[in-house]
Ligand binder design. Structure first.
Ligand code: AMP
Ligand code: MG
Length: 402
């Protein structure tokens, strides 16, 4: 089978991952989701002119002769309202956020005031300009403004904006439920003894966490034996209750790669050999209308395959425009050696921003596709194009993880 360029495999995945149907999601559940329509403000924020400081509401023209003394009218707290009109020579003590009283056109902050020479007066130390420390109605958001473009990611700040407008829900693409299952007779769940030839199932907890980190809801579908009936049942159940499925194991060319046969039977799968290392074998297809990502079993390959192929697909289901990990230029602190083999290598590296302000990278020790412990210390992947590698000091491209 000819090796497929990574970009082609990614395009193939993305073509089958349209954003999920929009729905009105409660703000508390919407972090990281994507707005499905533009959102227009129906009201202004703040809704009224108010004070930006604790101080005194005054007429700016009264302070021209500062230092000067004004007559105190009382106090206005945030959340209160008052019919008091601030006339010439008068001042109303006011708290941050309280509405600007009629007649006043500026705030003198409390630090520029002190008690006047007689009771009921306040001494103003400096002149203030018209509008000083006044927050105008609509100066944050004006009614009619488009506050969120379609495609905006609902960050904590954006959720705050929606709440400031009185929204309790946001129209967005709902969060995908993503089923994760491991395949293989050799896999043993935690708590069970390890028999001869058996290993622990490292991939499932790792992939469940990667799914959550991608912003989706992980659904644990367990370990499935290399058994036709068990696989058919697990995959059928999975696609019924989930918006996407991530499997690991059984996509290479081994004799017992039943997953392949079963997935082919259930849906439209494409089995790929991608021109990358690690994570060459990869399967993708649609089973019962649900995208299925078949990742290789080797844990490091599984993780890299998830990052390069499954995560972009899941992000596309969420409606994200940016689906790939951020790629930044970085300085290779040591030489990255390799031999030409027709593949792009993804080297697991540790990155840091150094005194020169640039990102520097060095490989973690242990680059074997079974060496998950070494991978766990990496926070980026260096994209090393086919060829002989690069010398220390060269600029390389790094994909930032996490
Ligand atoms: P496979 O892709 O099924 O041929 O598996 C390739 C290698 O990955 C084998 O050494 C498997 O034992 C190992 N492997 C498969 N699934 C897992 C898993 N869930 N956790 C840890 N290792 C695994
Ligand atoms: Mg297997």
């Amino acid at each position: 089978m000819p090796l497929l360029p990574l970009a082609e495999a990614q395009a193939h995945v993305l073509a089958a991952c349209a954003p999920l149907h929009p729905s009105a999601v409660r703000l508390g559940d919407a972090l990281g989701l994507v707005a499905s329509v533009p959102i227009t403000a129906e009201s202004s924020v703040p809704p009224f002119d108010n004070s930006a400081m604790d101080g005194y509401a005054v007429r700016a023209s009264d302070t021209v002769s500062a230092p000067c003394e004004l007559t105190e009218l009382g106090t206005l707290a945030a959340g209160a309202s008052s019919d008091v009109v601030v006339g010439p020579g008068q001042a109303l003590r006011i708290m941050t956020g309280a509405p600007l009283p009629a007649g006043a056109d500026a705030i003198v902050m409390v630090e520029l005031t002190e008690p006047g020479s007689s009771p009921g007066t306040v001494r103003i130390a400096e002149e203030v300009q018209l509008g000083t420390s006044v927050r105008r109605a609509g100066s944050d958001i004006a009614a009619g403004d488009v506050v969120l473009a379609k495609g905006t990611v609902l960050t904590p700040g954006v959720l705050g904006v929606l709440a400031s407008l009185g929204a309790s829900r946001a129209p967005c693409h709902r969060r995908p439920r993503v089923g994760v299952l491991s395949t293989g007779d050799e896999l043993v769940a935690p708590g069970e003894p390890l028999g001869p030839g058996q290993i622990r199932d490292a991939n499932r907890p790792m992939l469940l966490a990667l799914v959550a980190q991608a912003g989706c809801t992980p659904v644990d579908l367990g370990i499935v034996r290399d058994d036709r009936t068990a696989l058919v049942e697990a995959v059928s159940n999975g696609v019924e209750g989930c918006d996407a499925l991530v499997t690991s194991g059984g996509v290479s060319v081994g004799d017992f790669d039943l997953a392949k046969a079963v997935l082919d039977e259930l849906g439209e799968m494409r089995w790929m050999q991608i021109a990358i290392r690690p994570a060459k074998p990869f399967a993708f297809g649609v089973v019962g209308g649900v995208p299925v990502f078949g990742l290789p079993g080797n844990p490091v390959s599984s993780l890299v395959s998830f990052e390069l192929l499954a995560r972009p697909g899941l992000r596309a289901l969420m409606g994200h425009a940016e689906v790939h990990r951020q790629q930044v230029p970085a300085v290779a602190d040591v030489g990255f050696e390799r031999d030409p083999d027709g593949k792009t290598h993804f080297v697991r590296v540790r990155s840091s921003v150094e005194a020169d302000g640039r990102v520097h990278v060095a490989p973690v020790s242990g680059q074997g596709s079974h060496q998950l412990a070494a991978m766990a210390g990496a926070d980026a992947l260096v994209v090393l194009p086919d060829g002989d590698g690069v010398n220390a000091g060269a600029e390389v491209a790094a994909l930032l993880l996490g």
